[in-house]
Design a protein around this ligand. Sequence first.
Ligand code: MN
Length: 251
Amino acid sequence: MIYAMSDIHGCIAPLNAALETVNLRDGRSKLILLGDYCDRGPDSLQVYERIMRLQEEYPGQVVALRGNHEEMLLEYCDMVADPDYARAWMLADSGLATTKSFLGAKAFQQVVHMLKLRRFEDAYRFSVERMKADHADILSWIRGLPYYYETPTQVFVHAGIDEDAGDLWMIGTPPEYFTAMMPDYVGRHFDLDVIAGHIATETISGIPSYRGIWHDGASHYYVDGNVVENGHVLVLRYDEATGRYSGEGLE
Ligand SMILES: [Mn+2]
């Protein structure tokens, strides 16, 4: 069995609930996580730690891909010498949820204090320094995350691939497309099934009340269930023996 889920966004309880439905004990099944583990929800640090632990527990069975929120987190850590990033950093991390989770209560109080004094650049530098000092292992793990995972019939990716490049999608897709491209190929056939997150299924389906995994009737499966709003992480299952997909929203 291959399981896939995406866009955990700092929501540890829904992640744990979703993991209850995943069985990796046969030593062969795989869990593919499609990225965007941080931001928005309160527990980004715990989500990263949980996934890293799972990889240790089930070596070779848990694949974690990178999303645009991982790209942003690394970018903000790398751009700390650039004062222009101080504002961008605060705006991107809404409510500073990720910073709060990585720093812990005491250091975060210092950040809040600096922000109240409008010392934006100091707050930015301090936060990144703390993250680098206390969580270098997580940052270096994020830095190593791949953009996609392939099987003979599928590609798992955070946002999408350049399907116009055909067989050469792997080199034809610019890195930023893997994590942030718009869903341009909905309803179109591609030689591989494309399993992606990044955009909530209530958006991509065009049905505001939609809550399940969404299949476009062609080659695309979308699994981002908008956990921050709905409190729930969707789990797609693919049975390699039958070639069938199942999960909420699919019959
Ligand atoms: Mn995303």
